[in-house]
Design a protein around this ligand. Structure first.
Ligand code: SAM
Length: 273
């Protein structure tokens, strides 16, 4: 057996142990990305082989959180892909305005920047107080950051640029105060947001949503898990509701493709029939 075969075997054993012990199933994650991340975790943990991580699953108290931190790619930003937020602002929000209440789900929200971006455009449209925003991720450490709404001040220049490019109608500085090296977002933006731990691979959906955003999450999943998540969204969306996915993701070959029309194809915004 060569080194690569041994590594693959160790990875299978580790993934199987994680599934049995923590009930997280990484079998349906893109193999190359999960392997790279678990190998990095082995290096950080000071062990030579993936199999040496197995006792840590069993005996190290915080290992679940350490593992999720290693596997999660939490890269995000406010108004990421500004043209998507411009489309939501100009085309999706007017369609939501006719509803008495609006339910929104951000699945895989990471540290929350996308969720606060949405709260800002909803406030500017006068719609925020009629909305409930469910913001979920399976990484509790990221959710803790999201709940605080406190981000490095050095990021604000880029976020301001994105906000303007996404059609922002106020001054972005109206939405935060500065505390040393931190920007603290206006806490009233959080009033309609509920942050929950939620695993897209195994947990149920949230009732009838009018808009679901799941951007830059499906890209890390194999097709089988992508299809499972698309079905979950299909079952969680009301008729005439919207689904927004990431730039490199597609609904096209999924089992739900025929139930959705491309509302804004360049922005990966779909509408359920
Ligand atoms: C790159 S971030 C995307 C953040 C944001 N949606 C964006 O586009 O900027 C991917 C997020 O997906 C989350 N994630 C990965 N697998 C998940 C799962 N099975 N259930 C819930 N969240 C998951 C990760 O923890 C991470 O925070």
């Amino acid at each position: 057996m060569n080194v690569n075969d041994k590594e693959e075997l160790e990875l299978d054993l580790f993934i199987s142990m994680v599934k049995s012990y923590f009930d997280y199933d990484f079998n349906d994650y893109s193999r190359a990305s999960i392997k790279r991340r678990i190998k990095q975790l082995a290096v950080q943990s000071g062990v030579e082989h993936i199999s040496e991580l197995i006792p840590k699953v069993l005996y190290e108290e915080n290992f679940r959180d350490v593992l999720l931190q290693s596997i999660s790619v939490t890269v995000t930003e406010m108004f990421r892909d500004p043209s998507v937020f411009a489309s939501i602002r100009n085309e999706v929000i007017p369609a939501l305005m006719i509803l008495p209440t609006v339910n929104i789900w951000h699945a895989g929200c990471a540290t929350g920047e996308e969720v606060y971006s949405m709260a800002i455009i909803l406030r500017e449209a006068g719609l925020l107080q009629y909305c409930t925003i469910h913001a979920t991720d399976f990484n509790e450490a990221s959710l803790d950051i999201a709940r605080q709404g406190k981000y490095p001040l050095e990021n604000i220049k880029g976020y301001t640029k994105n906000y303007i490019a996404g059609g922002g109608i106020c001054s972005f500085s109206d939405y935060y105060t500065v505390d040393g090296k931190w920007a603290i977002l206006d806490p009233t933006l959080r009033e309609q947001i509920r942050f929950y731990r939620h695993d897209l691979a195994k947990d149920e959906g949230f009732g009838m949503m009018n808009l679901i955003l799941c951007r830059n999450v499906l890209i890390y999943f194999k097709k089988h898990l992508q299809d499972h998540v698309f079905n979950l969204f299909d079952n969680s969306l009301d008729v005439n509701s919207f689904l927004v996915i990431g730039d490199k993701e597609t609904i096209e070959f999924s089992p739900i493709a025929n139930s959705f029309e491309a509302f804004c194809p360049t922005c990966k915004i779909y509408r359920r029939g």
